[in-house]
Write a new protein. Structure first.
Length: 409
């Protein structure tokens, strides 16, 4: 087997509901896991040119900093750590994490996520800005990274070896010392491909579900990233699957037998994530046919939010739905406010019209962004009852959204 062709057999792709932290609990300890990961990373970087992407790492740092009990960089205090994320030339829509904590995002994946139209295509003429003011595509990229980091957090490689082989099985395969070498890695990958096809595929599919589930926690703890964005990303992926190569789903490079499918059905992943948000919100946030329902009624009467020049209706709808579910989960009612997008502007100035709708979390008092809204002049004063609105005033859709969320209880 060519190790470069089969790298995805042991590359990580998500997270889980327990947090194994003791290296000695696994057939391969943390040091061996790291060596194996570096072998895979070296092979990956021979196959695909890669480089540091500062913007990707700003997003990654938001996830890591707000989940510091489970995620970390090399700070000198942890034996396991994530490396800075790299962009790479791997063809197709590709996001990969190797066991040593290195994550690679293909350029095509970036272009796909930052395309404003949500139609399953890469739109190079309509791309979201890759800077701080971007909210929705940035959140989708954060969702992809949260899923990848979940694989590392869950020690997928160590658990996969334990599940498929155990101590006796891996000793029989590569010897009692379990040396973490390139040759032994090839032996393991060959055996997974030929003798562990069904068990390995089942393990991979279940891990993807678990990774999605853990990613929701990582996103909920952040300030500007929404768990709903993982769902809108998957809707994009679902539309895309028959149009572009998706690593591990419909690509022709996976050398394992056709029955081996390391990613489960995208529609089922969407269904499970929508149900997870419903459960987190105590049943108040629900979904039907890509529409967002709050307390059994279509949100704002339609269940969808209007698109803008910067975001599709689908992406905005799910971003807000995820954040509303999190607000309910945290019981942060009555803590919603408007914050000017431009920090130098005065929220009480009638001519200030661009705002983040935020709430202050009861968990840690940090501000979490609910949406980015464009109001008419003086409208921010009207919705906050600072100034009475003129009789018969027709509020904009964004002002109605602000009121709907602000008065949740």
């Amino acid at each position: 087997m060519n190790i470069r062709q089969s790298i995805m057999a042991l590359a990580l792709g998500a997270a889980i509901t327990f947090s194994p932290t003791i290296s000695d609990a696994y057939v391969f300890n943390d040091s061996q896991e790291h060596i194996i990961g570096e072998i895979l990373a070296n092979e990956y970087e021979i196959k695909a040119h890669s480089w540091h992407n500062p913007y990707l790492n700003i997003i990654a740092e938001e996830l890591i900093n707000h989940n510091s009990s489970k995620l970390n960089l090399n700070d000198g205090r942890h034996s396991r750590y994530l490396y800075p994320v790299k962009e790479c030339t791997e063809p197709g829509l590709n996001a990969t994490t190797v066991p040593s904590g290195r994550t690679y995002i293909s350029s095509q994946m970036l272009d796909f996520v930052f395309s404003i139209p949500s139609d399953g295509e890469i739109n190079y003429r309509s791309q979201g800005a890759r800077k701080g003011s971007n909210l929705y595509q940035r959140s989708m990229m954060g969702a992809v990274l949260a899923h990848e980091f979940s694989h590392w957090y869950s020690r997928d490689f160590q658990r996969k070896i334990d599940t498929l082989y155990g101590e006796a099985g891996i000793t029989k395969l590569i010897g009692k010392n379990h040396e973490a070498t390139r040759d032994n890695l090839i032996i393991i990958m060959n055996d997974i491909a030929t003798n562990q096809l069904i068990a390995g595929g089942r393990f991979s599919i279940e891990n993807e579900y678990l990774a999605d589930k853990q990613a929701v926690e990582f996103l909920n703890n952040s300030q500007q990233l929404s768990a709903g964005s993982l769902i809108s990303f998957l809707y994009r992926l679902q539309m895309n699957e028959n149009k572009h190569i998706v690593a591990g789903v419909n690509d022709k490079e996976v050398i394992l037998a056709n029955e081996y499918n390391p990613h489960p059905d995208t529609a089922e992943r969407i269904r499970r994530l929508e149900n997870q948000l419903t459960q987190l919100s105590n049943g108040r946030v629900t979904f039907r046919d890509k529409k967002f329902y709050l307390d059994g009624k279509p949100f704002l009467g339609t269940g969808t939010l209007k698109a803008t020049n910067n975001v599709s209706s689908l992406d905005r709808t799910y971003y807000v739905a995820g954040q509303v579910a999190n607000l309910i989960r945290e019981n942060s009612f009555g803590r919603v406010r408007l914050h000017p997008v431009n920090a130098n502007e005065d929220e009480n100035n009638p001519n200030t019209t661009e705002f983040y709708l935020v709430y202050d979390s009861t968990i840690n008092n940090e501000s979490r962004v609910l949406d980015k809204v464009s109001l008419a002049p003086s409208e921010a004063l009207y919705v906050r009852d600072v100034v009475a609105a003129p009789k018969g005033y027709n509020f904009t859709d964004d002002a109605k959204l602000v009121s709907e969320i602000a008065y949740l209880e």
